[in-house]
Write a protein that binds this ligand. Structure first.
Ligand code: NAD
Length: 295
């Protein structure tokens, strides 16, 4: 049986360091970092995420600003709000919850956010900086995956990693991060041939597909480390609704050296990394050093 990588516990440790960092900023610079979260529409999953982000922001001692807009909000009204938040000194981080309604161009909205307040790390400038290995705000889920990997393996240089999924918010940035850490990276996607045999070559498997339990135990190299980013709600045989990942946990955990569960793996790390990014963004805007607790 493999080691279970406890993302919930690690996220709790990270949050307590962030809380300490917030106290340091307040004591030494009289700054209380602020995070603005913008939700357009009534998507139930987005509402849960936004509530959770706001609650955890306040719990670590930061200011939380929530903006809830109706489903039929126009792109120009949303742009206007973001421009105001860009100018607001109490707001150090801006997150626009995705997905946005169809009438709004997400790319335009993301690139309207001030690059130094882009705590999701999706702005084209942050994306470009990550791809050339320079300093940037790093997308939260990929950052969480990297912390989990390093805690589990230590030095990951030279490892063969497969990323299954090439989205702009998970697959591609995870691949860039692992390249920066000197892994040999394969990015697989819906058109990849012989995915299971390519996957069996990998020391590190990161599944970010959105297909419930797709990655089976016999795709995994013995003792590999498996990070399951997927969050899928399914109905089990007894008719109960439950969350599963993109990895078939039962069979994969028989083979892997270490594996993240769903829930309780990558998910909790994502919000902890968002809070960390808000502190990093604050320090960059104020041109001060990162607090000891998170440096
Ligand atoms: P996406 O739909 O944008 O991208 C999915 C990717 O998987 C695409 O690149 C596609 O090519 C690839 N893919 C689809 N079917 C495939 C197949 N059969 N074989 C190989 N590749 C295939 O999804 P996303 O936004 O990257 O999210 C992926 C998963 O991660 C989802 O389950 C999502 O809910 C979850 N997620 C979790 C967190 C978290 O905090 N844990 C954050 C973001 C996303």
């Amino acid at each position: 049986m493999s080691t279970v990588i406890d993302g919930k516990a690690l996220a709790e440790t990270l949050r307590s360091r962030i809380k300490q960092a917030v106290s340091e900023l307040q004591a030494e610079h009289n700054i209380v970092p602020g995070l603005a979260v913008v939700l357009v529409g009534e998507n139930p999953a987005s509402q849960v995420y936004v509530r959770s982000k706001a609650r955890q922001t306040v719990e670590v001692g930061m200011q939380s600003f929530e903006h809830r807009l109706p489903e039929n909000t126009s792109e120009s009204d949303l742009v206007q709000l973001i421009k105001e938040l860009n100018q607001e000194p109490q707001v150090n981080g801006i997150l626009v919850q995705l997905p946005l309604p169809a009438q709004i161009n997400s790319e335009h909205i993301i690139n309207t956010i001030n690059v130094n307040k882009d705590v999701d790390g999706f702005h084209v400038e942050n994306t470009g900086r990550l791809s050339i290995g320079s300093d940037s705000l790093i997308p939260c889920t990929p950052a969480g995956c990297l912390i989990l990997l390093k805690r589990t393996i230590g030095d990951i240089a030279g490892q063969n990693a497969i990323i299954i999924g090439r989205s702009n918010i998970v697959g591609k940035p995870v691949a860039q991060l692992l390249l920066k850490e000197h892994c040999t990276v394969t990015i697989a996607h819906s058109r990849t041939r012989d995915l299971s045999s390519t996957c069996r070559q990998a020391d590190i498997v990161i599944a970010a597909v959105g297909v419930p339990e797709m990655v089976k135990g016999d795709w995994i190299k013995p003792r590999a480390t498996v990070i399951d980013v997927g969050i899928n709600r399914i109905t089990d045989n007894s008719g109960k609704s439950k969350l599963v990942g993109d990895v078939d946990y039962a069979s994969a955990s028989e083979v892997a050296g270490a594996i993240t569960p769903v829930p309780g793996g990558v998910g909790p790390m994502t919000i902890a990394c968002l809070l960390q990014n808000t502190i990093i963004a604050t320090c960059r805007q104020r041109q001060i050093k990162l607090p000891e607790a998170i440096s």
